[in-house]
Design a binder for this molecule. Sequence first.
Ligand code: FEO
Length: 392
Amino acid sequence: MRALAENVFSVGVIDWELKMFDRLIPLPDGTSYNSYLVKGSEKTALVDSVEPAQVDELIAHLITAGVDKIDYLIALHGEQDHSGGLPDMLVLYPDAKVVTNPKCKSMLIDLLDLEEEQIITVEDRETLSLGDKTLEFIYTPWVHWPETMSTYIKEDRILFSCDFLGSHMATSDLFVSDEREIYEPAKRYFAEIMMPYRKQVLTNLKKLAELDIAIIAPSHGPAYDNPKFIIDAYTEWAGGEVKNQVVIPYVSMHGSTKEMADYLANALIERGVKVSIFELAEVDIGKLAVSLVDAATIVIGSPTVIVGPHPHAANAAFLTNLLRPKTKFASIIGSYGWGSKMVDQICGMISGLKVELIEPVVIKGAAKNEDFAALDELADKIVEKHKEAGIY
Ligand code: FEO
């Protein structure tokens, strides 16, 4: 149990070994499930619990610290990696009340089978006194579920932001000790979890700007005692302009699409464009997601499999569509043997993106001179579009 401020403690669990989150996202740096104990002069609150599989460790931390009474179990978010420990907390502290918002209340009843009378609800900007400490609840919806909220200790100027502004990083640091080290995990987390909600991120950042914040304590990763660092990063990632960058996720069965992807990458590099290229059979999708935060253009490379895209290319297209990056332009490259509807199918898969399609280059068999010329033309068009967008 370590102190963020006087009588405000971090009591959560570091998971050094978890390799996948939600059976989807690789976690190269592990994660943590942060839970915070706030001891006021009259009442004690626990802000969020932990993943159910880790709840024994949370209980051990509380028992070791001699916490024999908790009055309020604050649930900032219904997802089980923060709410899932609540049933055990209610067994340990049967007189405690769960404090949450009405939307989250209904989720906690659905997900955890909590009883109505165990829960009290708070409205946006409502306060809860713990004696010499006051919790203010601030609704911060859609980062990343509709019910997500934050809470702020007025006296200590600490904001508990739950998933918002977090990072998947297992570290012994209570506070970020090296901003260069946290930047990439935080950006990766933003790309995977927050990027589809960029508008809501910006709205919530504006709302938080009304507060005088000394510490941001999220529910994953270390806390920030320089809140400006992560606020500025989120402002740029969510609302900044796209950059002169092209992302090329591709997969190749017999080498033709690989040759095209490599050729296009070199053509773009020669023209002064930054390129990130990902071979999709072995890609870490987190890295692909990070590259999509800033890129102006995505070019998906795929061979044709039974007239459609290769499943790995379809997965990348589906994921990109899901993550809703700022990307402005898209194209497709690849080859086929006897016939292909690959372009139409990929276009259907990225229909949620607000992108302008640049004429795809899809060839029969292996690339020949005229195909390389078409790829040069594609590189020229991308440069032209980047110039028109004012980013070249
Ligand atoms: Fe960390 Fe949305 O749960």
